[in-house]
Structures are given as C-alpha cells and as structure tokens.
Design a protein around this ligand. Structure first.
Ligand SMILES: [Fe+2]
Length: 237
C-alpha cells in the first residue's frame, strides 16, 4: 500500500472532492440496501439517488482526465497511466450499474428483490474499487503533481477545473463536500467563498448546508465565518 505523504503543506487537488465522493458513495450504497422494492415512491427515490451518484462519478472522471491526468502526463509522460486505465474500467462499471438500475425500474414485482440485491452488491464492489483508486491518486499521483508543479500552478489547474463546472452541478457537489470536510477545512473553503461570492449566493450555500450539520459543527462554522448573531440564530433551528 502506498503511504500517505506529508501533504498538509502542499496544495491537494484530490482531498476535498474525494471526501465528498466517499461520503456520497457510502450514503448511497446504504440507501440502495435499505430500499423497499414494493414501495414505488421509496424505490424511485433510492434509484434517483443512485442516478445522481453515477452522474457525479462520470463527471468526476472527466474532470480528472481533462485537468489532472493531463497535467501529470504533460510533465511526466505516462505518469497517469495506471489511474487513467482504472478510469476506463470505472466507465464500464458505471454503464453496467446504470443498466442494472433500469432493469430494476422495469422489473415485475416478484423479480425486484433479487435485482435490488444484485445491484446493491455490484454497487458495493464499485465503491470498494473506487476507495482503492482514490488512495493511489492521493498518494502516487499527488507525489507526481508535487514533484512537477508549484502550489501556485496547482491552484491554477484547480481554478480552471472548478470554472468548468456549471452552477447546478457545483451546488450538488457542495451538498456532499461541505458536510464531509473537517471543521477547519469547511471554514477555510467557505471563508474563500464568502470573499468571492455575492452575499445572496453565499447565503444560499449556507441555507443548503445548515440542515446537514449538527449544532456543534454549525456553531464552529458560524464563529469562524464571523456570522452576525441574528444570522447564526436564524440558521440554528
Ligand atoms: Fe480518479
């Protein structure tokens, strides 16, 4: 197993989005396991959450291919070979999971239980593969990036990647990412957003986030961001 490098002092393109994906994968895998296949509304809601995860995974693959793997290969030819190959396998796994999802949607009631269990198991294997894969990216790929790029250059790559994401997709990503971060990481990211966003857009992010944090985490964030007492109270429902 690759050992984690002392990454705290270097810009890390992977850490926040991978925390988001790990959280979304775990929650969604459990949600699929809990589905009641004989309750139409519950089944459709569970599969809709799975659709959202698979769409997010495809988008994430493209972001890494276009921006991160491209950067590694530009200065270390072939440096992203392993994880790029795994991305191709992930695309095939996602297509298979989408086909199984559709088959479950269309199945007769007596077939749904078996199809749901098959889908849950295959989703669990996909999550397991992704956990292995993300560890390689956060260690081996980060080592390559840190060797060949300055932090300023890495932040330029990050800015270009983030700028390519439409607002709706960005909000969906933040919905998983912000609760998945440590209080310090969360305050740092939101502090940057507070500086760079119109107040009403920033308020929309806080409104989305508040129900997803417990009271202790919300108090830490409100204190770190210096939110006015009235706004803190308004959000502490
Ligand atoms: Fe990846």
């Amino acid at each position: 197993m690759h050992q984690a490098s002392p990454s705290a002092v270097r810009a890390d393109l992977y850490a926040p989005i991978h925390k988001a994906l790990r959280s979304q994968m775990c929650h969604t895998m459990c949600r699929v396991g809990e589905m009641d296949v004989h309750d139409a509304a519950d089944l459709q809601a569970g599969l809709a959450q799975l659709d959202e995860l698979l769409t997010a995974c495809l988008s994430h693959l493209k972001h890494e291919n276009d921006f991160v793997h491209a950067a590694i290969n530009a200065r270390q030819p072939g440096g992203a070979h392993r994880t790029a190959g795994e991305h191709l396998e992930h695309e095939q796994s996602i297509a298979a999971l989408q086909a199984e999802t559709q088959a479950l949607r269309e199945a007769a009631p007596e077939r749904r239980g078996a199809l749901a269990l098959r889908l849950y198991r295959h989703l669990a294997l996909f999550v397991a593969e992704n956990f292995q894969h993300m560890h390689i990216e956060e260690t081996a790929n980060n080592t390559a990036l840190w060797q060949h790029y300055s932090d300023a250059e890495l932040m330029q790559i990050h800015h270009a990647l983030v700028s390519s994401i439409p607002p709706t997709e960005m909000m969906q990503t933040l919905r998983w990412m912000l609760p998945a971060l440590s209080p310090q990481e969360r305050a740092g990211m939101l502090g940057d957003m507070q500086q760079g966003m119109p107040p009403e857009a920033f308020r929309a992010v806080l409104d989305m986030l508040r129900p997803r944090l417990n009271d202790g985490a919300w108090r830490k964030l409100a204190g770190a961001l210096g939110l006015p007492a009235q706004q803190r109270a308004a959000h502490c429902v």
